[in-house]
Design a protein around this ligand. Structure first.
Ligand SMILES: CC[C@H]1O[C@@H](n2cnc3c(N)ncnc32)[C@H](O)[C@@H]1O
Length: 483
């Protein structure tokens, strides 16, 4: 396997596909020509890419939950409940952890145990085991655009089966579904395997079927600085576009300071357009997704609704195309369908009350946009250079050098040298920039912001601030002030 950011030939793809479809017996059900025909008859209102384009044009912020249970009928009931009771605009199928690790035998056990127990004993929907026929039952019973949400380093068979069954959007990427989700899976292999997924969607596009792709923006979801998540998102967008993907949603996980989060979405839109066009992918339709706070949540449900509302308000003011919604059970585990629907209705109320309001382009907002763009450019341009003008090769080398570095990542391929902490207004800054290739003025900006908080708190900037900030929101605050 020689990794390079180059579109796979049909021969390379089809040779690999033969092997991929043998990874589980249900792979035999994949019939590309039949799948293309099936997709041709999916109506626009159930078509993810079309619904996103319409939302972008109309300035809507669409709502989408996470949701997945073991058995098909229950999964259909769950999704329909979230559409009717939760007023969800877009629906997921969140895939279970066994499937994410390609442990289909264990997933099969989970299905059998769930049948016996009469309730879901898996933490998501085991789509590979259900196969094209089973997954298609979901597609035909749910009247909404459907997306596969997961965390799978090797997502090739999962993609083949769910897209053939009629799902019209696929989340993930070779970096964003490795670094936060795996400990020792080769980054080179996952970037290569995700080129397969993207090439598959590129081949559907060659047959007139437009499937949306969404790199996983939030990464570890714990104080990830906007420039780090944007660099990964834009690299994965470029890698997907090179394989022929035409409709991409780039994501970002809420940090909690309003100015920084609105700036992050604006900077992401502007930089993604700039870099995609610079590298010749002008034909790509780009949208954004804002993830409500991905870190620790308060156990108290009323306080959890406060966090959800703040994420909803920020998404609306940032004018993100889509918002991924949390639930009041976030601190407890997999939410009940009722709790999931409550998070969705809370979010919908906030979006509806804010859709006629615009956040002004203040000097603070402009400064924050420029800071995020400058930082992200430093990283992207260094990655490109390290890769000899190749983002795929560059990404692998950048992680080795700490030029890309994701805080609190389980992967041994992330140096974990950077240390984020909040400044005195709660924006996420870098207490330690690690090996990020920032210019001296950007490094100084972070040092000044941390020093400002240290003075205000009467303590020196320290790792203790990082720890305090990790727990702050679950304890009812944003900034982890000393007790
Ligand atoms: C990325 C992590 C997020 O996904 C959520 N999640 C994971 N599996 C499920 C699931 N099966 N149903 C609903 N939410 C889920 C989890 O609560 C967390 O908010």
């Amino acid at each position: 396997m020689e990794l390079k950011n180059k579109k796979w030939t049909h021969d390379e793809f089809y040779a690999t596909r033969e092997e991929v479809l043998t990874h589980w017996p249900t792979g035999k059900e994949v019939d590309f020509a039949e799948a293309v025909k099936y997709h041709e008859n999916i109506p626009a209102k159930r078509h993810f890419a079309k619904r996103l384009v319409k939302a972008k044009k109309n300035g809507e912020t669409l709502t989408q939950p996470r949701a997945g249970v073991a058995l098909i009928d229950e999964h259909i009931n769950l999704l329909n409940f979230l559409k009717t009771e939760g007023e969800a605009d877009l629906l997921p199928s969140t895939i279970d952890s066994y499937t994410r690790q390609n442990q289909y035998k264990e997933a099969q056990n989970g299905i059998e145990e769930s049948l016996k127990a009469g309730r879901s004993l898996l933490n998501g929907f085991p789509a590979v085991n259900h196969g094209v026929a089973g997954v298609r039952r979901v597609v035909e019973s749910v009247d909404a655009p459907l997306q596969v949400r997961h965390g799978t380093p090797d997502a090739r068979l999962l993609g083949e089966i769910t897209i053939a069954a009629g799902y019209t959007s696929y989340e993930g990427g070779g970096i964003s579904y490795n670094i936060p989700y795996a400990k020792s899976v080769s980054l080179e292999k996952t970037i290569y395997d995700w080129q397969y997924c993207d090439r598959m969607i590129g081949i559907y596009a060659e047959h007139g079927i437009e499937i949306n792709r969404e790199p996983f923006g939030p990464l570890t979801g714990t104080l990830v600085p906007p420039s780090v998540s944007h660099a990964v998102a834009i690299i994965e967008g470029i890698l997907a576009a090179e394989q022929g993907v035409k409709n991409i949603t780039l994501g970002y996980g809420q940090c909690g300071n309003l100015i920084q989060d609105i700036a992050a979405i604006r900077a992401l839109e502007q930089l993604a357009e700039e870099y995609m066009n610079k590298h010749g992918y002008n034909g790509c339709v780009l949208t954004t997704v804002f993830h409500q706070w991905m870190g620790g949540f308060p156990q108290d449900e009323a306080k959890a609704f406060g966090v959800i509302s703040w994420g909803a308000a920020t998404a609306a003011l940032a004018k993100a195309t889509k918002v991924i919604v949390k639930t009041p059970h976030e601190a407890l585990g997999i939410p009940t369908k009722e709790a999931n629907a409550q998070g969705l209705r809370t979010t919908k109320q906030m979006i509806n009350m804010l859709k006629d309001q615009a956040f002004p382009l203040t000097s603070e907002l402009e400064l924050e946009i420029n800071i995020i763009k400058a930082e992200t450019r430093c990283i992207l341009d260094k990655v490109y250079e390290l890769g000899g003008n190749d983002y795929a090769v560059g990404a692998v080398r950048a992680f080795e050098a700490g030029v890309l570095d994701v805080p609190f990542a389980p992967s041994k391929f992330s140096l974990n040298k950077i240390l984020p902490a909040r400044d005195n207004n709660g924006a996420v800054r870098l207490f330690d920039v690690g090996n990020l290739p920032f210019t001296p003025d950007l490094v100084a900006f972070h040092q000044d912001k941390m020093a400002e908080r240290a003075r205000a708190e009467g303590r020196s900037a320290s790792f203790q601030m990082v720890i305090d900030d990790i727990y702050a929101i679950s304890k009812g605050n944003l900034v982890g002030r000393p007790r």
